[in-house]
Design a binder for this molecule. Sequence first.
Ligand SMILES: Nc1nc2c(c(=O)[nH]1)N[C@@H](CN(C=O)c1ccc(C(=O)N[C@@H](CCC(=O)O)C(=O)O)cc1)CN2
Length: 306
Amino acid sequence: MSLPDDSRYLKGGPVAQRIIAAVREDAAIAKAEGFPPKLISITVGDTDAVDVYVRNQRAKAQLAGIDFEERRFPATITSGELEAAIHGLNADPRVTGIIIQRPVPAHISVKTLQAAVHPLKDVEGMHPASIGNIVYNQLDLAPCTAAASVELLKETGLDLKGLEVVVVGHSEIVGKPIAFLLMSEGATVTVCHHLTRSVAAHARRADALFVAVGKPRLVKADMVKPGAAVIDIGINSEIGPDGTSRIVGDVDTDSVKDVASWITPVPGGVGPITVAILLRNTMVALSRQRALYEATYGTADRLAAE
Ligand SMILES: Nc1nc2c(c(=O)[nH]1)N[C@@H](CN(C=O)c1ccc(C(=O)N[C@@H](CCC(=O)O)C(=O)O)cc1)CN2
C-alpha cells in the first residue's frame, strides 16, 4: 500500500531501509569471517498478526543476509517441551539469536520462555537480565518494538530533553521499555494503564504520545494536543467494509492527522522498523558472542582459527 505524500506521516520504510543496509554490510563481513548470523523464530499456536510479523522478518532477514528459520509449535505444547527446545537452540553454535513471537497460549508463561533463552542469544532484550540493562542506560540491545517507536520519534527532530511524553499501555515488551528508553534520553514520561483515571486528560498534555494497547482506533482527535507527535504502535486485524482483513492501529489516524504535527501510519510506521531493529539486535548479539569467542580462542576470525 502506498502512503499519501504528506510530511505529517512519519513513515517507517526509509528508516528501516537505512538500518537494514547497515546490517547487510555487517552480516557480509561476519559471514566472510566464519560467523554467519542465524535467527530462529519460535511461534506457538496461530495468530494472524504474528504471521504478518514473521513473514516480514523472513523477507527482511533474507535482504540483510541473515539466515532465518521458523520453528512452529502447536498451541497444545507444554512449557517444559518448549523450554527443552530453547535449551537445544542455546547449545547450538550455529544459532545467533532466538525470538519468541508473542502472544503465546495462556497456559504458557512467556516470562519463563524468555528466561530460558540464553542472554547472549536474546535478540529482543527480554531476558530478565537483559531488560534490566535498560534501567542502567545500556541501550544497544532494547526490545524491538519499543526501540522502533523511539527511533521514529527521533525522526521528528524534537528535542527529547524535557519533552512531555505520555505512553498509553504498560506492557513489559512495549510500554515499560519505551518509558525507560525515553527517560534515558531526558524526557519526562507519564505511563497510563488500565487503572489510570483519565487517559484522555493525560494524553492531551503530551508533546509526544505513544499508544500501545491493542484497541483499534482508541485515540481520537480530542485526546491529542495540537502539534503533538503521535506514535501508533497498535497492530490490529480488522475486517473492512469489503469483507477483507486489514491492519489498523490504536489511533484514529483520519481524525488525529488534522490535529497532530506528526503521526505514524499503520501499516508502514513502527512495524517495518521493528523488524529492522530485530535484525540489528541479531548483529549486536553476534558481536557479543564473537567477543566471547575471541576471549576464549584468541581470535575473532573463526576461519583464520581453523
Ligand atoms: N516477540 C515479540 N512478539 C511481538 C512483538 C514484539 O515486539 N516481539 N510485537 C508485536 C508484533 N506484531 C504484532 O503482533 C507485529 C509487528 C510488526 C509487524 C509488521 O511488520 N508490520 C508491517 C507490515 C504490515 C503488513 O505487511 O501488512 C507494518 O506495520 O507496516 C506486524 C506485526 C506482537 N508480538
